[in-house]
Design a protein around this ligand. Structure first.
Ligand code: ZN
Length: 195
């Protein structure tokens, strides 16, 4: 009985400690100045100022309904990254962002003809219902001519919540983390796209 009490007391202290240490690493919020595109760190409770937009405090996942453009917050993240890249003499630009389902279907059909099978094509162009482009949460950057700029984004993108996700596509980026977090390891190709 006594042992149980000691154990419960230990659990209580442990969970309390856990709460406290958890509270201290609350995700800071990256706010981008609308004019200068510079970032400022706020805390989640205070939020961003009127002159700023939030880059969000988490991964950007797909919305409930099909969008008609690239996710707004993804665009803010890209603009902040683009401004930072420019300061370091690098140019990054979006070649392809939002695609309609029918556009994605056309691209997929072309890939099937080019690579000879649906499975092989899926390594390069995800089918419409799998691809994150029709959800507005994927961007292709600097394809095909300027991999160096995309390389800059691969190195620095996590600060803005942007990650390269596929081993075989240096140009494809998604907002899969909160700004300032670590990007997950690359997956081989578009067939491994997460929902
Ligand atoms: Zn892509």
């Amino acid at each position: 009985m006594r042992k149980t009490r000691v154990f419960i007391a230990f659990l209580l202290v442990f969970s309390l400690f856990n709460e406290v240490s958890h509270a201290s690493d609350t995700i800071p919020l990256q706010c981008m100045n609308k004019k200068t595109k510079l970032l400022r760190i706020s805390n989640v409770i205070k939020g961003c100022e009127k002159t700023e937009v939030s880059l969000g405090a988490g991964a950007i996942s797909r919305s409930l309904i099909r969008p008609s453009d690239v996710d707004k917050q993804l665009m803010y993240r890209f603009q902040a990254a683009q401004a930072a890249a420019k300061k370091e003499g690098e140019t990054i630009y979006i070649v392809s962002g939002f695609r309609t389902l029918s556009r994605q279907q056309t691209l997929f059909n072309q890939a099937v003809r080019k690579y000879g099978s649906k499975n092989e094509a899926s390594k390069w162009v995800a089918p419409p219902l799998i691809s994150h482009h029709p959800w507005g949460i994927a961007i292709d950057v600097n394809y095909p001519d300027e991999p160096v700029g995309a390389g800059w984004l691969e190195i620095h993108g996590s600060k803005f919540g942007l990650c390269r996700v596929f081993e075989n596509e240096w140009w494809h980026f998604e907002p899969v983390i909160a700004p300032g977090w670590k990007c997950p390891p690359l997956v081989p190709d578009a067939r491994y796209s997460k929902d």
